[in-house]
Design a protein around this ligand. Structure first.
Ligand code: PLP
Length: 436
């Protein structure tokens, strides 16, 4: 059959990103997706599942929006590509840079475009360091990030990523990356003091940690962090790759904490995955340093920086987020998601803490509710498999001894679909609970 043939080719020829290699080789693809509509995905066998992860936390407006296909087709037909190096430019990139400035926290002034989040973060480290060179502080080159962070897989972003397995995958990392305890602003202060503030270029953090297991900062954490950064002259970078474009119920996650970044990285939700795009936004202070103080050439640029098709898709995506009030929906249905997860907690014997902000949620699996003791071998991956069979895609996080399920459905999800997500989750946990 077609499925058998494709599965065999998949195993033989397709090295999958971020995947358990042995399992992929043994079992082949669990789904070969062919179509998406709203929160649902369909596969080659005709199975329909709820995309409880917005695929990779990114399909914010949901699947199958024809408007995005049409805008991409129009732009590709008119002008698929042109250089933006030196003095060349294109209309969608200009309009998007302007729009991003209007919607960003603190109205960050300018955008440097990339094709995704890893490139965005690597760009941020380089621009932060170059900024200090322009200011005559060449020693400010160290980048501090947090222990449960995920910042991508380019060599700089891998080095910044706090989750150790990602760093251990390669045996040589970039120098001048330091890690600090996840939610302790005092630990950040201590590290800056120990290293010497004059050696620190920037601190980078996700407003809500995604890949690390949906960890939400204590209320005052970012206020304190921002104060510390200002006190020591360290640039504050927010990695909004997951939390941007409405995911947490505000346009950008950092808005929950009432502080503004010096640099802000984004990707994913900027196009809802309909095209590959990311970028870094710069405060006016940093942008001015580049435009007024730099006598040389900005020697950093990707072929696809400011790709006209990706930028046109982003503009249409943002228009939909705004016209369909998807951020308000994420906020409202985020509350429903959290309530739903609390119900799951009440009904299931192996659910410990649940947490959420907007449409990011997490469920901790524990052996014993009162002691929060965990199973020796993580159980969350078994629940993920059961849920997939029952019609729900979600993800497990087992780094650092965690045993966690995470959720991030499209911002366009409605109440009925959300209840159905929670229902399938409950059944799936109970089915595994029964076997333990
Ligand atoms: N930063 C964060 C917070 C992410 O979650 C991700 C990807 O999941 C990245 C950066 C890397 O982005 P990309 O996979 O587009 O390179």
């Amino acid at each position: 059959s077609l499925v058998d043939e494709l599965s065999a080719w998949d195993k033989k020829h397709f090295l999958h990103p971020t995947s358990p290699i042995q399992q992929q080789q043994d079992l082949g693809p669990a789904f070969i997706f062919t179509e998406g509509k709203g929160v649902y995905l369909h596969d080659l066998l005709g199975k329909k599942v709820i995309d409880g992860m917005s695929s990779l936390w990114n399909v914010n407006i949901g699947h199958g929006r024809e408007e995005l296909g049409l805008i991409a087709s129009d732009q590709m037909t008119k002008l698929a590509f042109t250089s933006n190096f030196a003095t060349f430019s294109n209309e969608p990139a200009i309009r998007l840079a302007k729009k991003l400035s209007d919607i960003s926290p603190g109205n960050l002034q300018a955008t440097f475009f990339t094709s995704g989040g890893s490139e965005a973060n690597d760009t941020a480290y380089k621009l932060a360091r170059h900024y200090w060179m322009l200011k005559g502080q060449n020693n400010r080159k160290k980048i501090i990030s947090r222990t449960k962070s995920y910042h991508g897989v380019a060599i700089g972003s891998t080095s910044a990523t706090g989750l150790k397995p990602f760093r251990d995958f390669t045996n040589s990392l970039a120098p001048d990356f330091l890690h600090v305890d996840n939610f302790s602003s005092q630990a950040l202060r201590d590290l800056i003091e120990k290293e010497g503030p004059e050696t620190i270029a920037a601190f980078i953090a996700e407003p809500v940690q995604g890949a690390g297991g949906v960890h939400i900062a204590p209320e005052n954490y970012f206020k304190e962090v921002k104060e510390i950064c200002e006190e020591y002259g360290v640039l504050f970078i927010t990695d909004e790759v997951i939390t941007g474009f409405g995911r947490t119920g505000k346009y950008f996650g950092i808005e929950h904490y009432g502080v503004t970044p010096d640099l802000m990285c984004f990707a994913k939700g900027v196009t809802s995955g309909y095209a590959q795009l990311g970028g870094v936004m710069l405060s006016s202070d940093i942008y001015q340093a580049f435009t007024e103080m730099s006598k040389g050439t900005l020697l950093h640029g990707y072929t696809y920086s400011g790709h006209p098709v990706a930028c046109a898709v982003a503009l249409k995506n943002i228009e939909i987020i705004e016209s369909e009030h998807l951020i308000a929906n994420a906020n409202q249905l985020g509350n429903e998601l959290l309530k739903g997860l609390q119900n799951v907690q009440n009904k299931c014997g192996i659910v410990g803490e649940v947490r959420g902000l907007g449409l990011m949620g997490a469920v901790e699996i524990v052996k014993n509710k009162s002691s929060q003791e965990r199973y020796t071998n993580p159980v969350a991956p078994l629940i993920v498999s059961a849920a997939a069979k029952n019609g729900l895609i979600c993800r497990s996080v087992v780094f650092d001894g965690q045993d966690t399920l995470v959720f991030a459905p499209p911002l366009s999800i409605n109440k009925e679909e959300l209840y159905s997500l929670v229902q399938i989750l409950t059944e799936s946990i109970l089915s595994i609970e029964g076997t333990y």
